[in-house]
Design a protein around this ligand. Structure first.
Ligand SMILES: [Zn+2]
Length: 211
């Protein structure tokens, strides 16, 4: 079974988590306010967001986070992130995190909150932060950078697979390509990666996958 941790499309995997933002959907999904749009939502929207994240088809909160390259106000980004962390804790659903040039701020926040839910750092590619993120307890989700980024490919040779997810994000592509690439990099059968990522899913999302 192939899992796509985060996609903006209907997905090519057997199980895809569709990033629905604030739009209601019947798909298996995550709901959240992206830091780019932090200023477009007044805090009145919280009631609707809280309703959405309680729905059974919503598996995670996000993508949400911090982005220093975004035009939206930093304080608003931080406030929306903190709200979404509370929803993640309250409804016991993991957090899918978007973070650009704000890793230290994100880590400090995580230390302060010490969440019970897993935080999955999505779209990961900055290999020089890998060690620190793992030490802080993050899971990492990797997308198409795996196909082209040689530095990332190199660190994936001995990356702990029990802390990994794969994702297509905003790319319209078959997730199988990422599984196959990783299998080549690790020199192991693709089925092994499938099994490990299914185990990760069951653990992080606290639910059993059908055999
Ligand atoms: Zn995304």
């Amino acid at each position: 079974m192939l899992i796509d941790l985060h996609t903006h499309h209907s997905g090519s995997a057997d199980l895809s988590i569709f990033n629905a933002f604030d739009k209601r959907t019947e798909l298996i999904c995550s709901y959240g306010i992206h830091p780019w749009y932090a200023e477009q939502f007044s805090f009145d929207f919280l009631e609707e967001l809280e309703y959405l994240v309680q729905q059974p088809n919503c598996l995670a909160i996000g993508e949400c986070g911090l982005d220093k390259l975004a035009l939206s106000d930093w304080n608003k980004q931080m406030q929306w992130l903190e709200i979404q962390i509370s929803l993640s804790e309250k409804y016991r659903k993991p957090l899918i995190v978007h973070c650009v040039k704000a890793i230290q701020e994100l880590i400090l926040l995580r230390r302060k909150i010490d969440p019970s839910q897993v935080w999955i750092f999505h779209g990961f590619r900055k290999t020089n932060t890998i060690k620190q993120l793992l030490e802080e307890g993050f899971y990492l989700s990797i997308g198409t950078a795996l196909l082209t980024d040689e530095k990332l490919q190199e660190v994936m040779r001995d990356f702990p697979l029990e802390r990994l997810f794969l994702e297509t994000d905003d790319k319209e592509m078959n997730i199988r390509l990422l599984y196959e690439k990783l299998a080549v990099i690790r020199k192991i059968p693709v089925e092994y990666i499938e099994k490990q990522l299914m185990d990760n899913f069951e653990k992080v999302f606290d639910r059993k996958l059908l055999p």
